[in-house]
Design a protein. Sequence first.
Length: 202
Amino acid sequence: MVPRLTHATLDNPEVARYRARVCAGLSGDVLEIGFGSGLNLAHLPDPVRSVTAVEPSDLAWEMAQHAVAASRVPVTRGGLEAESLAQPDDRVDAVLVTFSLCTVRDPAAVLSEARRVLRPAGRLHFLEHGLSPDEGVRRWQHRLNSLQGRVAGGCHLTRSAPALVESAGFELTEVEHWYVPGPAVSRPWGYLSLGVAQPRPA
């Protein structure tokens, strides 16, 4: 149910524009955390050489097969658990994560693993919804968070992707925030952060 709901919610022209922006600048071998139904594949730039998909849901992976077959770059399923990646250290040029840090069991572990598998000059690209800076919206996010988790497969409204990324040892090189266009009542779900980060030197 959740993969179908996620696909239906996030497969639209507005979100597609955001996906194109977060994928801009990707190159080489990319590991995507929370691959879902493959909605980012159509937006990968030419310098991308391969995609390793980390996706825990067999249903989502099945739903992705049409996009995988149409992809100009090879896509392989590279594991189920982002908290414990199968890839060796320093293996990929970029990690891409979209609309997944809100749901993973342990975002700190996921981002630590992302940093581990990135090559020294690698970059993390992320696009996530999360905690708003506006007090009124934040109050509603905290009120709705428990219900959101129950109906949306463990999704959290109160996580801040940029804060999580920085706490995991990354330096933000690009970040922007906005609300998805729509009525004010949608704002608890519609505050987005898009960014690029590099591992901080040890």
